[in-house]
Ligand binder design. Structure first.
Ligand SMILES: O=C(O)C1=C[C@@H](OP(=O)(O)O)[C@@H](O)[C@H](O)C1
Ligand SMILES: C=C(OP(=O)(O)O)C(=O)O
Length: 441
């Protein structure tokens, strides 16, 4: 039997953090650019695409359904020859979407509307994640789709034959952009107007990008509606820099003993800026400059200076707007004065890992006092020590502990870091460029 050896990061105390950097393209927008480009009529040109494994998994799924896609080239440009809403062909094998929750949940909505059968599988982490949240509404729409008995992947769609889905109104039981998007995408294949009401604001890239591809979508307060039977038209799409990736460098710049870092071309969609709100509330010195529009999304540059952070109680309304940024924010909390309190964040338990427990395990190993709750955590700021932590199959946990080394008293060894390539392939290179010390073993 062979044991798979994956990368270990050894992150050493370092700093100051200085530089002027660009982070890679937004993961949510990159996934959607492939999906909408494939279902559009005409040729779509994407620039700023994230060449991470998650987005490549989405790309490979559409290639396996007959779509001709070129790239990403060395400039992160992708060209997609759209097949139209009804032009996909049955894949010859299972679609393996690896580590990517966004791929499996959004694709479930698209596959549910196809005449042909298909099955999606994933890696160890994805195989533990809940799929009933998308299966339930799709079945209400008449889809013949299922997950395994415990509600995890594989996700199998038996196909609709000549039928259409039924339009529904769905009250989302949780604040999830993936579930919202799944239902809206299935709505393109339904017999009337499908609508979704969300319990709180979640990222709205699907709504914005459907409109950019010419598909009508109506947004009235927290209700989003889409009528079946319209078409997507190819366009040129510019992906902004990923604020989720930028957050690692915002926190690095804030917790460093000194220095100033500028992060350019960061997507500033109002449904994604929770981390900026929270870090500013923690007294972080963050300045947003050069605000502008690019590709239908607001973008800006962010200047970050070393700061004395304070523990805070996070506002519940910021939770969905910062949902992927909490691992990095917890590191900021560990370096802050006083207690940081987060509640209403039970969704963190169903990400690539249980992000409340994974972060608490690592922070406790590094000498930080944490109390875990079902829906959150209290973190008391203190001195980080050296130690060995595990990524728990989760890219954001791996990168968070790498930046924690800026303030640790000795080396932090982070086990199982191959997953960083899912969202941020050049993370280590950029980290070392701005003054961290991260060695890959
Ligand atoms: O729609 C998307 O692109 C995403 C939605 C969020 O998931 P949930 O919808 O499960 O909160 C987020 O965590 C994920 O990284 C990307
Ligand atoms: C939760 C994440 O992604 P996904 O759900 O697509 O796996 C993430 O990137 O933090």
């Amino acid at each position: 039997m062979t044991t798979e050896v994956t990368k270990t990061f050894v992150a050493s105390p370092s700093g100051p953090v200085n530089g002027d950097i660009l982070v890679p393209g937004d993961k949510s927008c990159s996934h959607r650019s492939i999906m909408f480009g494939s279902l559009a009529e005409g040729t779509t040109h994407v620039s700023g695409f994230l060449p991470g494994e998650d987005c490549l998994a989405t790309m490979n799924a559409f290639k396996a359904m007959g779509v001709n896609i070129e790239g990403p080239n060395e400039n992160n440009e992708v060209t997609i020859e759209g097949k139209g809403l009804h032009g996909l062909t049955a894949p010859k094998a299972q679609l393996n979407v690896g580590n990517s929750g966004t791929s499996i949940r959004l694709l479930a909505g698209i596959l549910a509307g196809q005449s042909f059968a298909s099955e999606m599988i994933g890696d160890n982490s994805l195989n533990k994640r809940p799929m009933r949240r998308v299966i339930d509404p799709l079945r209400l729409m008449g889809a013949n789709i299922e997950a395994s008995e415990d509600g995890t992947p594989p996700v199998t769609s038996h196909g609709l034959g000549e039928n259409l889905l039924k339009s529904i109104h769905y009250d989302l039981p949780m604040a999830s952009a993936q579930v919202k998007s799944c239902v809206l995408l299935a709505g393109m294949y339904a017999d009337g107007v499908t609508s979704v009401t969300e319990p709180g604001v979640t990222r709205d890239h699907t709504e914005r990008m459907l409109k950019a591809f010419g598909y009508p979508v109506t947004v009235e307060g927290n209700k989003i509606s889409i009528e079946g039977g319209h078409k997507l038209t190819a366009c040129d799409f510019l992906v902004p820099g990923d604020i989720s990736s930028a957050t690692f460098f915002m926190v690095a710049g804030l917790i460093a003993k000194s220095g100033e870092i500028t992060i350019r071309n960061v997507g500033m969609n109002p449904t994604r800026i929770g981390a900026i709100n929270i870090l500013k509330q923690m007294q972080g010195d963050l300045t947003v400059i050069n605000e502008r529009m690019a590709g239908g999304e607001p973008v800006a540059d962010i200047v970050v200076r070393a700061s004395n952070l304070q523990g805070i109680e996070v506002n519940a309304s910021d939770v969905p707007l910062a949902i992927d940024e909490f691992p990095a924010i917890f590191v900021a909390a560990a370096c802050a004065q006083g207690t940081f309190k987060l509640r209403d964040a039970e969704e963190l338990r169903v990400k690539e890992s249980d992000r409340i427990q994974s972060m608490a395990d690592g922070l406790v190993e590094l000498g930080i006092d944490c109390t875990v709750y079902d829906d959150g955590i209290d973190i008391i700021g203190g001195q980080l020590t050296s130690g060995v932590v595990n990524s728990h199959d989760d890219h954001r946990i791996a990168m968070s502990f790498a930046i924690a080394s800026l303030r640790s008293s000795g080396d932090i060894k982070i086990l199982d870091c191959d997953n960083v390539a899912t969202s941020f392939p050049n993370f280590v290179q950029l980290a070392n460029e701005v003054g961290l010390s991260v060695v890959v073993e």
